[in-house]
Design a protein around this ligand. Structure first.
Ligand SMILES: Cc1cc2nc3c(=O)[nH]c(=O)nc-3n(C[C@H](O)[C@H](O)[C@H](O)COP(=O)(O)OP(=O)(O)OC[C@H]3O[C@@H](n4cnc5c(N)ncnc54)[C@H](O)[C@@H]3O)c2cc1C
Length: 740
């Protein structure tokens, strides 16, 4: 039995706000969470010994081109003003539109719970005040777990002298900064791929740093995806309050889940494997991003893929030799078949979304194998981490700054904190940021790369003035468009059954049954509204579906949404989510001035600020009602619930104003933040990285993750980011002449 890594979401603090009895807030709900923690809270990665190979060579092993920087490199590069007063705001209650009450903007400044992600002991610091001041701390010495006390030999004796020599040798070794060829920051969708591919080169030493813990077993159960957001493997970021978004959510802000764990968001996502539209990549190339057209990127999608479905026969579009298994679930929910059939009746073809044509419907290909999630950790890291002596992995290691030589503008390492201890590690070749679209821009800004104005305000010396944090995009939708099921198709189960299903799944040899799939999320459709692009191969809306408990949602939507933890498999109604595929509105994120290092970045989504986005979504909400006329729906008695939901009572259901109200009140994203370190050619004033993903103006530093997308792709983002990881790995190998 390993120690419990995973801690469930803390809904205990929200449940007292419920206006109606919600199952997740009942005894059953809490029992369910406790059971999950007990059965699935450990990690199979902790059950195997860690890298059995010796530590990397100390810095003097290399003849580093950066040696002249200084003896210990401390104090080089920008640092924050640690003397500035720290304003720790306190939580304050706020009341929003009808039914919406909770914690408002003050709570947004709260740090993500650090204690929960530190494996061994709580951190020894409370604020960024200590950044840099703990440099004197001997990290390796402090890391030593066991201290043994032996009798001291008498001073002056030969034994004592020998001992002194040994000690000073050891001390020297301890003080030597660790040096790698590459440091990858963030073990998410892109980072795990990059660490794997770079460590294929035996002579390269690769360090992968991840802020979160090992991937707990709970992530492997597909239907448990809702319980992962807001748990200790999520960054727990939320949007800032805005006029047009999230009005009926707690504190008028939306959660923006993002994995803080080995595998990153690929470990907490909903397993949909989707590549987007060919046009997405051709448009990137047309913007001047040479090498990123669809024809250029297709081989990289195929390279990682191990497709086990019928689509694998299409060799033009699919690969079967990669580490990432893509496979449909073995369990088919009856409503999934009904939805596919209904869409098909309306004239949509059954398609391979990742093949020739995207517009159509089908069950989704999933990043799963035998009913178990395949994250980038399980696909790209787990199989090699014990086998490659040149791959080093540190979990619970949060990077706080990229070390950059201030005059030469060369990145040479990073600073990170683990178990409350500060460390500095160096890279002789490159530092690669793969921390995701919310954290890579944050790290760049903390390192002196970003909008000069923002950095000046925080007294961070500006190394390069770039539009970091801008161009923020996501796929928006609403939580409040429900269709009701009859007893015939409802899959709702009672409390005892729920607990038994979990136990059954746990003790069965094969992962099967409702928990081994994602309920109605297993089906999707891509369509065109009247606002779509002239190019008829391009959709502007994707429909996703999410199971609900109808009565409980309608009785208290705000608390229901904030405490959603139950499996995807059991429901008596379905929320239709029309996803806006190519939003025109753009948001931004910036550093939290109260606590820039450990505080969450301030995220201004600015969804719906371009009215065309609202028009398209309203059109999609109208279009979907056609399903009611299909034989599949009629035979099963499925109908839309035409009753206004709490925050939109003042509008008539089905009108433009009603739909706009549910969009701005019950706003949702499907957690695909992108674009915040935009890729573009030198002529692009908004670009942060060039088409080889090198940060403009800084050598030896790249960003490779969701943040480089100039425009978000028309589809779910995990597969495209894995592709980005594959492609950049090859570019790096080219740039360091590995192929010569
Ligand atoms: C709830 C949810 C559901 C989703 N569903 C789907 C889906 O079904 N299909 C799909 O295609 N996409 C889905 N997505 C989106 C997709 O998973 C993400 O777009 C993708 O995983 C992002 O990849 P990334 O490499 O950019 O970032 P991430 O995968 O988020 O990786 C970033 C990593 O960097 C680490 N990190 C950040 N800062 C630091 C630091 N300072 N120091 C050290 N480490 C750091 C993080 O902890 C994380 O592990 C979903 C996302 C979420 C959150």
């Amino acid at each position: 039995m390993t120690s419990q890594i995973w801690q469930p979401p803390d809904i205990g603090s929200i449940c007292p706000e419920q206006n109606a009895q919600l199952t997740q807030c009942s005894e059953t709900g809490f029992m369910f969470l406790a059971l999950l923690a007990r059965l699935f809270g450990g990690s199979k990665d902790s059950r195997v010994p860690f890298n059995p190979y010796p530590k990397p060579y100390p810095s003097d092993y290399y003849s580093s081109p950066l040696k002249h920087i200084g003896p210990d490199h401390h104090g080089v590069g920008p640092s924050l003003d640690f003397d500035a007063p720290v304003d720790h705001r306190i939580q304050a209650h706020s009341f929003g539109p009808k039914g919406s009450h909770g914690f408002s903007d003050a709570s947004l400044f709260l740090k993500p719970s650090l204690t929960s992600v530190f494996e061994n002991e709580p951190p020894k610091f409370q604020s960024s005040f200590f950044d840099g001041r703990l440099d004197f701390f001997d990290a390796d010495a402090a890391d030593t777990k066991k201290v043994t006390v032996t009798a001291k030999p008498e001073a002056g004796t030969a034994k004592a002298e020998a001992g002194d020599k040994k000690k000073s040798k050891r001390r020297k070794k301890r003080h030597a900064t660790e040096v790698y060829d590459f440091i990858v920051v963030g073990a998410g969708s892109a980072g795990c791929v990059i660490a794997n591919r770079l460590s294929e080169v035996k002579k390269w030493r690769v360090l992968l740093l991840e802020a979160g813990p090992e991937e707990p077993d709970v992530t492997s159960v597909p239907a448990l995806a809702p319980v992962l957001g807001s748990s200790n493997i999520d960054w727990m970021y939320r949007t800032q309050p805005e006029e047009l978004t999230c009005r009926a959510h707690r504190g008028q802000t939306c959660p923006w889940f993002s994995g803080r764990v080995m595998g990153g968001s690929s470990s907490i996502n909903y397993l949909v494997y989707m590549r987007g539209n060919k046009r997405d990549y051709d448009d990137w190339a047309a913007l001047g991003n040479y090498g990123w057209s669809y024809d250029d990127v297709l081989p990289y999608f195929k390279k990682s893929e191990n497709n086990q479905d019928i689509e694998a026969k299409d060799e033009i579009y699919h690969g079967v030799d990669g580490p990432l298994t893509v496979e449909r679930f073995g369990y088919l929910d009856k409503n999934v078949a009904m939805l596919v059939q209904a869409f098909h009746e309306t004239g949509l073809p059954l398609v391979d979304f990742n093949g020739e044509q995207q517009i159509g419907t089908m069950t989704v290909q999933a990043t799963s194998k035998d009913g178990i999630r395949v994250s980038t950790n399980s696909a790209f890291i787990r199989p090699v981490r014990k086998k490659r002596p040149n791959l080093f992995i540190r979990t619970n290691a949060q990077v706080t700054k990229v070390l950059i030589h201030p005059y030469e503008k060369i990145a040479y390492g990073v600073k990170y904190v683990k178990n409350g201890i500060w460390h500095e590690v160096h890279a002789v070749k490159e530092v690669i940021l793969s921390s995701g679209a919310l954290n890579s821009p944050k790290l760049l800004m903390l390192s002196g790369i970003g909008p000069a104005e923002t950095l000046h305000e925080l007294r961070i010396p500006v190394l390069k003035n770039l539009k970091v944090g801008y161009n923020l995009q996501d796929h928006t939708t609403t939580e409040a468009m429900l269709m009701g099921l009859t007893n015939k198709t409802s899959t709702l189960i009672n409390s005892n059954q729920l607990i038994n299903e979990v136990k059954k799944y746990y003790s069965s040899k094969h992962s099967e049954g409702p928990l081994s799939a994602t309920g109605p999320l297993y089906v999707t459709a891509f369509v065109r509204t009247p606002f779509a692009d002239e190019d008829e191969t391009v959709p502007d809306i994707q429909y996703h579906f999410d199971g609900r408990n109808l009565k409980e949602f309608y009785s208290d939507p705000t608390t229901y949404l904030a405490t959603r933890t139950l499996p995807l498999s059991y429901y008596d109604s379905i929320n239709v989510r029309p996803i806006l595929l190519l939003p025109k509105s753009r948001g931004y994120l910036t550093l939290n001035k109260t606590d820039p290092v450990f505080g969450q970045p301030l995220i201004y989504s600015r969804f719906f600020t371009d009215k065309r986005d609202v028009d398209t979504l309203v059109a999609a909400l109208n279009m979907i009602q056609v399903l009611e006329k299909t034989k599949a729906f009629r035979e099963n008695g499925v109908e839309f619930i035409r009753e206004p939901v709490e925050a939109c009572m003042n509008y008539e259901w089905g009108t433009y104003d009603y739909f706009f109200c549910i969009l701005r009140s019950y706003t949702a994203t499907i957690f695909h933040p992108s674009g915040t370190c935009r890729m573009g050619p030198p002529s692009d004033e908004d670009a942060v990285v060039n088409p080889r993903l090198k940060v403009y103006g800084i050598r030896h530093l790249r960003v490779a993750d969701a943040s480089i997308m100039p425009n978000i792709v028309r589809g779910n983002t995990n597969a495209p980011i894995i592709m980005i990881g594959e492609k950049i790995s090859d570019m790096i190998k080219e740039d360091w002449d590995h192929y010569l």
